[in-house]
Design a protein around this ligand. Structure first.
Ligand code: KG4
Ligand code: ZN
Length: 337
C-alpha cells in the first residue's frame, strides 16, 4: 500500500511516499526559511505562493527517490489542518487533483495527530501512551489509546512553546526561526543564571501558558543596556530555555503519572531541542519511563508522518472525498469509536 503524502501547512513544502504506514521510501522537504527570514516570521501569502512553485518538482523528486512511477501509488494523503489556510489549500487542491485524475482514494490528515504518529515510524509502538506535541503552533498533552482515539489532557492557553522560542529570539535580535538559534547559544550559557517564571494555569495543572515567561524576558531586557544584553545572550537563552523545558518536563511526567502510563512520545519542531531531549531522557531513566522522540527528518514538518497516519486511517476504512475542505483550526478528534 503505497501512499503519496503532501504537507503544506506552514513554511515547509514536503512530499513523501510511504509504504504500509512505516516504510519511508522518500521524504523530500523544501524549506521556505530563507524566504521568510527577512520578515522575522512566516508571511502567509508568500508561503502559499512558494508551496505552489515547490510542489510539482517535489512530487517528481519523491517518486524518483522512491523509484516509483505515479501509477504505483495506491492513495493520496494530505494535511487539511490545522495551519495557514492558503498554504493548506495549495496542498489539498493538488492532492484532490491527483486523486481525481488517477482514481485513487484521498485521505485527509490532521497535522498535529501526524506529529504524534512520527514517533512510531521505525520504532516499536507502545500504546497507550502520553503524547506531548511541542511546535510553533501547538503545545498539547494527549492520552493516545490507539490511532484515532485521543483524550486531550492539556493545551496551551496562549503561546505555543515554539512561538515563545521564536519571540524571545526576536527580542534578542537573533534571527528566525529562533528555536534552533536559542538552543545553540544556550549551550554556552548558564541555565541557572536568571530565574524566569514557570507558569501554572489555575485549575488546569496540565495546561500551559508561555506569555508570562515571554513578558518576563522582555522586562529583564528593558532594565539592561545593549552591550550588557549582548554579553548576557547565552545566559538569557539558557535560562529562558530551562524555564520552558522545566514546565514541559514536569507537566508531561505528571500526565504519565495521572494516566498510569509508562511511555511518553514527544513530537513537533521543539522536540529537536537538545536540552529538552536531555532533560526528558534523564527523567525517563529516573522514573523508569520510556521516552521517545521522532527519528531523523520526522520531528519538524514533513510529509512522511502524513503518509504514515493516512495508512492507519485507510486501514480503519476512513477515506475522504472531493468535498474535503481545509480547516485552519482543525482540532484533534476521534475517528475510531
Ligand atoms: O513542528 P514545526 O516544524 O512546525 C509547526 O507545526 O509549527 O515546529 C516549528 C517550531 C518553530 O517555532 C521553531 O523555532 C521550533 O519548532 N524549533 C525549536 C528547535 N528547532 C525547531 N525550538 C527549540 N529548539 C530547537 N532546537
Ligand atoms: Zn508541525
Amino acid at each position: 500500500m503505497k501512499i503519496l503524502a503532501i504537507e503544506t501547512s506552514c513554511d515547509e513544502s514536503s512530499v513523501a511516499i510511504v509504504d504500509s504506514g512505516f516504510h519511508i521510501l522518500s521524504n523530500v522537504i523544501s524549506s521556505q526559511i530563507d524566504l521568510h527570514r527577512r520578515f522575522g516570521g512566516v508571511v502567509p501569502e508568500l508561503a502559499s505562493r512558494a508551496h505552489q512553485e515547490a510542489l510539482l518538482p517535489l512530487i517528481e523528486q519523491a517518486l524518483e527517490e522512491a523509484q516509483c512511477v505515479i501509477e504505483d501509488i495506491d492513495a493520496f494523503a494530505v494535511t487539511y489542518g490545522p495551519g495557514l489556510s492558503g498554504a493548506l489549500m495549495v496542498g489539498l487542491s493538488c492532492a484532490k487533483s491527483l486523486s481525481l485524475f488517477f482514481e485513487k482514494p484521498l485521505i485527509g490528515v490532521n497535522h498535529v495527530e501526524a506529529h504524534i504518529y512520527a514517533n512510531f515510524m521505525g520504532q516499536k509502538a507502545i500504546l497507550p501512551c502520553v503524547a506531548m506535541i511541542v511546535s510553533g503552533g501547538h503545545t498539547l498533552l494527549a492520552k493516545v489509546s490507539g490511532w484515532g482515539k485521543y483524550e486531550i489532557l492539556g493545551q496551551t492557553r496562549d503561546d505555543a512553546a515554539g512561538e515563545a522560542f521564536d519571540k524571545v529570539a526576536n527580542m534578542l535580535k537573533l534571527g528566525y526561526p529562533g528555536g534552533p538559534i536559542v538552543d545553540r547559544l544556550a549551550k554556552q550559557g548558564d541555565r541557572k543564571k536568571i530565574f524566569f517564571p514557570r507558569a501554572k494555569v489555575k485549575g488546569s495543572p496540565l495546561c500551559f501558558s508561555f506569555s508570562g515567561l515571554k513578558t518576563a524576558v522582555l522586562y529583564h531586557l528593558r532594565e539592561k543596556k545593549e552591550e550588557e544584553i549582548k554579553a548576557a545572550i547565552p545566559d538569557i537563552c539558557a535560562s529562558f530555555q530551562e524555564a520552558v523545558v522545566d514546565v514541559l518536563c514536569s507537566k508531561s511526567f505528571k500526565a504519565l503519572e495521572d494516566c498510569g502510563l509508562g511511555h511518553l512520545a514527544v513530537g513537533g519542531g521543539v522536540s529537536m531541542n537538545s536540552r529538552l531531549r536531555e532533560a526528558m531522557m534523564d527523567l525517563g531513566e529516573e522514573k523508569k519511563v520510556q521516552v521517545t522522540f521522532p527519528g531523523k527528518n520526522l520531528s519538524a514538518d514533513n510529509a512522511a508522518m502524513i503518509g504514515g497516519l493516512a495508512y492507519e486511517k485507510w486501514s480503519a476504512g476512513i477515506v475522504d472525498d472531493l468535498e474535503l475542505e481545509v480547516d485552519p483550526c482543525l482540532p484533534i478528534s476521534n475517528w475510531v469509536k
